[in-house]
Write a protein that binds this ligand. Structure first.
Ligand SMILES: [Zn+2]
Length: 251
């Protein structure tokens, strides 16, 4: 069986038996993979471990794995920690937003489908979440995840009639997309969203980029990003047809 070497970010970790872990890793070249790390917590008498004591959520590491193409789970044979994101782990807001990004990536990325620019974006975004630019960095990354995986909603047209989103906009908790002011009255449980905020989201997607990273992000407050985060989380939940564990933390 060929061994694959890649750099990866841990998106999901499930402890399995006393010593093993099942991991969802976002690999730079291979995309999302699911692997079992047998004996992840086991150490030799000298204290050495093939897995650096086991991977943690959001850890960046160099991994070696066997991809059993006919089977569901691959096998992780080595894990060397590169970045444990210590500053992130001491900042609650940053950690919750990072956990949300890990959850949506683990659900939206298809297995073995490479998304190298998105991987590089996440590498830059995770440390940026501990800076004063946290809210705009998080929103921009979330938009890129949706854009890259093909789940970005239209910010300019109504999902119901195709008409232009104009002076008023809303969305419904049970379906993806935005509805225009003409269609709005037909839905009693709609949630209004300011079209100006939708305009901000649209303009972030059009910013010039250097190595996939958008430049000159506007400074945003939570009064601006919370309604957008709630709309985008609803969009994701309607597409994957399940609730996100971390959605309640982001807005
Ligand atoms: Zn409409």
């Amino acid at each position: 069986m060929p061994l694959n070497r890649d750099r990866a970010i841990c998106l999901r970790k499930v402890e399995f038996s006393e010593t093993s872990q099942i991991l969802t890793l976002f690999c730079r070249r291979s995309g999302s993979i699911r692997v079992i790390a047998k004996g992840a917590h086991r150490r030799t008498k000298e204290g050495a471990s093939k897995f650096d004591g086991g991977a943690d959520l959001l850890d960046v590491g160099d991994c070696v794995f066997i991809d059993h193409s006919s089977r569901d789970l691959g096998t992780l044979t080595e894990w060397k920690l590169i970045d444990g994101h210590i500053p992130l782990r001491t900042n609650l807001r940053a950690m919750l937003l990072a956990q949300y990004l890990a959850e949506i990536l683990s659900l939206l990325l298809g297995e073995n489908d490479p998304h190298t620019p998105l991987f590089d974006r996440l590498r830059v975004t995770l440390p940026a979440l501990t800076t004063p630019r946290v809210e705009e960095e998080f929103l921009a990354m979330q938009l890129d995840v949706l854009n890259d995986t093909g789940y970005l909603p239209s910010f300019t047209s109504c999902v119901n009639c195709g008409g232009k989103i104009d002076a008023r906009a809303a969305y419904m908790p049970q379906r993806p997309g935005l509805i225009c002011q003409n269609c709005e009255p037909a839905y009693t449980d709609r949630i209004a969203i300011n079209p100006r905020l939708l305009g901000i989201a649209g303009s972030i997607l059009k910013l010039p980029r250097v190595r996939a990273v958008p430049q000159r992000l506007p400074r945003l407050t939570r009064a601006q990003t919370d309604p957008l985060n709630a709309f985008l989380a609803n969009q994701i939940q309607q597409i994957i047809q399940r609730r996100l564990n971390t959605a309640r933390y982001i807005c």
